[in-house]
Write a protein that binds this ligand. Structure first.
Ligand code: NI
Length: 138
């Protein structure tokens, strides 16, 4: 195991009290262990973001009676087929459909796809929900 180094931390009294509560609630043995864990978690998320691995969904509500819309939405998903992992379709009412598109790729491109879907006439909503986390296999 790598040798541990010590460093001093200045912190407000109330923040430290909250932190001690957090340590108790999560079962850490001491402050050092908790701080190491929080730093690792934060850095891991940062790394995930930089690696460009973003995943998530674009939830779309649209009127399938809107002329040519279903075809346009399908064509758009084919344009971004490298990002689209799968699509589920729910017929909500006689007119309205919901599609949940599961995507993975570069966040910028995922947002571009979401915006293009949302910009189609007849689309009520295109709600992006993305996350970037570095996951390590054991
Ligand atoms: Ni439908």
């Amino acid at each position: 195991m790598e040798r541990l180094q010590r460093f001093g931390v200045s912190i407000e009294k109330t923040l430290l009290e909250s932190f001690d509560g957090f340590i108790l609630a999560h079962g850490f043995h001491n402050r050092s262990e908790a701080i190491r864990d929080l730093i690792r978690e934060k850095l891991s998320k940062e790394k995930g973001f930089k690696s460009g691995q973003t995943m998530g969904t674009v939830t779309t509500i649209y009127n399938h009676h809107s002329r040519g819309l279903s075809e346009r939405l399908t064509a758009l998903q084919h344009d971004y087929q490298k990002l689209v992992l799968f699509t589920s379709h729910v017929h909500i009412t006689h007119e309205y459909c919901m599609e949940v598109i599961v995507v993975r790729g570069e966040e910028k491109t995922l947002r571009e796809l979401s915006a293009r879907i949302g910009g189609q006439r007849g689309v009520l909503m295109a709600l992006p929900s993305f996350f970037s986390i570095a996951l390590q296999d054991a």
